[in-house]
Structure formats: C-alpha cells, structure tokens
Design a protein around this ligand. Structure first.
Ligand SMILES: Cc1cc2nc3c(=O)[nH]c(=O)nc-3n(C[C@H](O)[C@H](O)[C@H](O)COP(=O)(O)OP(=O)(O)OC[C@H]3O[C@@H](n4cnc5c(N)ncnc54)[C@H](O)[C@@H]3O)c2cc1C
Length: 283
C-alpha cells in the first residue's frame, strides 16, 4: 500500500523547470521554452506529439498545456494563451523564472500511422498549439509523408500565432498552406472566411488521407461532416479535445466526455470513437 501511494504521489509531483526563452504574440499569447532544472529528469518527459504537461505555479494553480517542441529537443516548448488566473500569471513570467512541470500525459497524434499518407491538418482559432509540434515533426521527416495540406483559420489577424512557421511550411515541396480570417484588416494577405470554406479548394484522396484537427468543437463537427461526405473514413480523422482538468491522470473526473476521460484516453481521439457524443449539450 505504502509503495502504491508513493508511486501515485510521484506521478503527481511537479519537476522544476526554468524558462529559458520567451516569445510573445501580442499581450495574450506567449511561447516559452522550458528547461528542466535537473537534466536527469528529461528522459521521464519523453513525449509524443500531441501530449501535454501540467504547468504548475506554486500558490496559484496548475494548467494543462500541450507540448509544441520536437520530441528530440532537450527543451520543452509550451504556447500559452492567457485566459484566466493561472495562465495570466504564467503569461507575466519571464526568462529565469521557474515553473513546475508534470507529465507528459494523454495520447499523441498518430504520426507513425500517417507515414506515407497524405496529411490534412485543419486548425481553427488559437487551437494550433497542440498540432504545431506535429507539423514540425512531419517537415523534419518530410520524405516519410505524402502531400501535406495545412488549413488554418483565425478570428482576427492578431490571433495568428507562428506566422513565420506557416510561411516556411508554405515553401516546402508538395505542400499547400491556406490561411484565413473572419475579420481581415489591412495587413492581411490571405483568405477571408471560416476555415471550412477552404475545403472546396483542397484535393482530397480519401483512400490515402489522414486528418488532424484542432479547434472549436463546432468547427470539428462541421468539418468532420464535410470530410465524411467526401469519403474520408471517421477512423482516419483525428481530433484533439479540451476540457477543464485537474489531476490529468483519470482520477478526478473533471474532464469526462461520455465514457472517456480527455486526460488519459485523449486528448487525441479518432472521430469514429467519439462522434456519437459530439454535439450532446453539456458533455
Ligand atoms: C489537453 C489540453 C491541452 C491544452 N493545451 C493548451 C495549450 O497548448 N495552450 C493553451 O494556452 N491552453 C491549452 N489548454 C487550455 C488550458 O489548460 C486552459 O486555458 C487553462 O486551464 C485555463 O486556466 P486558468 O487558470 O488560466 O483559467 P481559469 O481562471 O481556470 O478559467 C478562465 C476561463 O477559461 C475556462 N477554462 C479553463 N480551462 C479550460 C479548458 N481546458 N478548456 C476550456 N475552457 C477552460 C474557464 O471555465 C473560465 O471561463 C489545454 C487544455 C487541455 C485540456
């Protein structure tokens, strides 16, 4: 019993990490590179693209944040949007400050299964953080993937994070990048409208295509319906879900979605697995 409790407690213990780089997009979105204070702890943080860490600020709180760096990098990158109490405090932190990290938790994107296939990535709102690392991962191993299509929609141009990365990806071979905004301003050079409007311009070979999707659930539901109509199997559509979560290890039940726990069964699910719960109010 004692051993069991000790192991469980260790699972929940944050590991100190130092912020070694910070890049801000406006006042609300911040990209942090974090380095574990004990380099010996890094192997325990080996992660799959799409998994997340709990980022802890003593005396304030703990929040689930996706890991957006490459698994082979020593440092861990987290992109944080300030929405409330804990993210507000983290957003105000700077190089040299220390946070606690525990993780990684949850499921990753099926990057191995996607090898040799065409990959369509659809992101909406500020939802690109959980998938940015997966996109980088594929471009670092470009020969392993077929055609890569990135469709990214934001509400307003100021919400566009990692613009420079999208510009670099645009120059990759056999790659299509389309960006769109609901509310263009004079600086905007790309499309106008919601991300699903871009589908008409995208070639989809349903038999060899795998889809990664991240964004508001209404976008996911609508996009999945269009993709199904175009012959893409729900088994080949993968989505990441967000729910308020506390423990991240399937104990507290805060993040339940039907019979699934977003923290340990997700956050990445095949649409086939969860489609019947989508759109049920309150889930
Ligand atoms: C698996 C996973 C991965 C995530 N990855 C990222 C990421 O890479 N970057 C990022 O910025 N955020 C990410 N989030 C969301 C992040 O965890 C929340 O924004 C954060 O918990 C808010 O905490 P807070 O104390 O700042 O806000 P609070 O003061 O707790 O809440 C502020 C408002 O946000 C709402 N809220 C809180 N948590 C969530 C949530 N998880 N989903 C929807 N609404 C919420 C509250 O109901 C409230 O209205 C992720 C969440 C999950 C579950």
């Amino acid at each position: 019993m004692t051993n069991h409790v000790t192991a469980a407690a260790r699972l929940l213990l944050p590991e100190p990490a130092e912020i070694v780089e910070k890049h801000s997009y406006g006042k609300d979105i911040h990209v942090f590179r974090m380095r574990l204070v004990d380099p010996g702890a890094r192997p325990r943080f080996d992660f799959l693209q799409g998994q997340f860490n709990m980022v802890y600020v003593p005396g304030v709180g703990e929040v689930a944040i996706s890991i957006s760096s490459d698994p082979d990098d020593q440092d861990l990158e987290h992109t944080i949007r300030v929405v409330g109490r804990t993210t507000g405090v983290i957003g105000g932190m700077d190089v040299g400050d220390i946070v606690g990290l525990r993780g990684p938790y949850g499921s990753g994107w099926p990057l191995h299964e996607a090898r040799w296939k065409d990959v369509l990535v659809i992101t909406g709102g500020l939802g690109c953080a959980p998938v940015t690392g997966a996109i980088e991962y594929m471009f670092r191993r470009r020969a392993n993937y077929g055609r890569i299509t990135l469709l990214h929609g934001v509400k307003k141009p100021a919400d566009m994070v990692h613009h420079e990365r999208f510009e670099a990806w645009r120059r990759e071979p056999d790659t299509q990048v389309m960006l769109t905004t609901d509310e263009p301003d004079r600086s905007w050079r790309d499309r106008t409208g919601v991300v699903t409007e871009l589908f008409q311009e995208v070639e989809i070979d349903a038999g060899r295509c795998i889809v990664f999707m991240c964004g508001p659930e209404v976008m996911i539901r609508y996009a999945a319906r269009i993709l199904s109509e175009r012959g893409v199997s729900e088994d080949h559509i993968f989505v990441t879900l967000e729910r308020n979560m506390k423990c991240a290890v399937g104990l507290c039940g805060h993040c339940q979605f039907g019979p699934e726990f977003v923290c340990k069964d997700g956050p990445i699910f095949s649409f086939a697995r969860i489609s019947r719960f989508f759109g049920i109010r309150g889930l």
